[in-house]
Write a protein that binds this ligand. Sequence first.
Ligand code: GAP
Length: 456
Amino acid sequence: MNKLKMDKLVIFCKTYGYIFQGSEIYGGLANTWDYGPLGIELKNNIKKIWWKTFIQELPNSYGIDCSILMNPDVWVASGHVDEFNDLMIDCKSCKARYRADNLIENFSKEDIEVDGLTKEEMSKYIIDNKVSCPKCGESDFTDIREFNLMFETKRGVTGDKNEIYLRPETAQGQFVNFSNVQRSLRAKIPFGIGQIGKAFRNEITPGNFIFRTIEFEQMEYQYFCKPGTDQEHYRFFKKKALDFFKNIGIKEVNLKYKDHQKLAHYAKEATDLEYLFPSGWGEVNGTHSRTDFDLKKHQEHSKKSMEYLDPVTNEKYLPYIIESTVGVDRAILVALCDAYDVEQLENDETREVLRLKPNIAPYKVAVLPLIKKIHKEKALEIYGKLSKHFMISYDETGKIGKRYRRQDVIGTPYAVTIDDNTLTADTVTVRNRDTMKQVVLKIEDLVTFITDKINE
Ligand code: GAP
C-alpha cells in the first residue's frame, strides 16, 4: 500500500461504486459511509468467510443475532455506563476538541505508550511538554474530561426512565445469551458463540475514512472455557485472527501483533492485530483473555445464575472467556489498501489494478462479448449460466482492452471473452487479472475452473 494515500482511496471508492459518503447530497453526515454495489459484495464476502472460519468450521460454535437495543442494565453490568469513556480535551483558543491520547501521540516525536498513562499523567505530560494545538498552535487547553461513547436514544414516551442505548459492541449479546445457547443446544464447555452486527460509538475523533466511524459492524466471537485452560485457547485464537486475514489475501508483512502492556484489571492477556495503513499501524482485531469477569458481572446484576454444570464431574463454575473481535469496516479497509496496485507495464503504460483475492472480489467473472452485434446473444446465455453460481459483471461497450482495464481496476479476477470460437466450438478465452495471461476453456468447464480458483 505504498501507492495510495487515504484521500485517494476515498475518491477511488466513490468512483468505482465501493463506498460513498453518507447522506452526500445533503452535505453528508460526518464519518458515516454508505456501501455501494461493489462495497456491499466485498463486505458480504468478508463476513461470509469470517462466519465460515469461526462458526461453521470450528467445532462447538454457534451463531446468534441479537437486538441492537438491549435492557439498559446490560450496560450498567458491563461497565459501559461508568467506564466506556474517552478522555477529551479542548483548545481554549480555537475550541478544537481532541482525544487527549491522540493529542499526545501526534505531538510526541518519541514512540510514547499513551495507553499506559492515567488522566493525571496525560495532563502533566501536556503541560510539561507545552503540547500545542495542531489547529491553531496555541498551548492552552481545558482540563481533561471524560466523555461517554454510548449513543443514547429514547424509547416510547420520553423521560429519563426510558433512556436506552445503541449497543457499542455486539459481545454483550453473547454474554447474556450464554445460558440460552448452552441449554438449547446442549453445548458442552468449551464452546463458542459469535455474531456479526452493527455497533455504534459516539467517537470524539472519528476519521481516516472507514477506520473509525460512529456506526460500524463487528464480527465478534466469545469462547467459553474451563478456568485453567484459557491460556491455550487464547494462543489458538490469537493465531486464528492472523489466519483469517491471511485467508482473505492480506500480506503477512503488513500485519503485526501488538500485545497490551497495560491490561484491564480483569484481563489476563490481550493483543491487537495491527495493519500498516497509509496513516500508520492501526488495530483491526483484538484477542482478549477476559477471565470470568463478564459472566460474573451479569450474574451479579441480573441475579440469574451464569454457572455451568459439568455433566461428567458435576462441578459448577463460571466459565472463562476468550474473545476474538474484528471490525468489518476495518477488514474492508485493509482489503482495499492491501490490494490496490499501480503496475508499470512494458510499453511504458501503467495499469491500475485491485488485486483482491478471488474469494472476496465483488465480481468473480466479467462476461465480455468481443463484438456486440455478433456475440451478445451467446454472451448473455453464458452470463445466465454463470450468474447462478457467482456475481458476474457484464460489459459490451468499448474496445476489449479498455473493458479488461475496467475490470482490473474494480478487482474482477477473471474476464471471459466470447468470440467466434465460442459460436463454433463452445470455447471461451479466460483472462487472469493479475498475470493478464489468457487460456482457452470449454464453456462447460467454466464453473469448476472459477470455483477452484475461489477456493484456492
Ligand atoms: N467487544 C470488544 C470490543 O468491542 P474494541 O477493540 O473496542 O473491542 C473491536 O472493538 C473491533 O471493532 C476493533 O478491533 C475494530 O476493528 C472495530 N472498531 C472499534 N471501534 C470502531 C469504530 N469507531 N469504527 C470502526 N471500527 C471500529
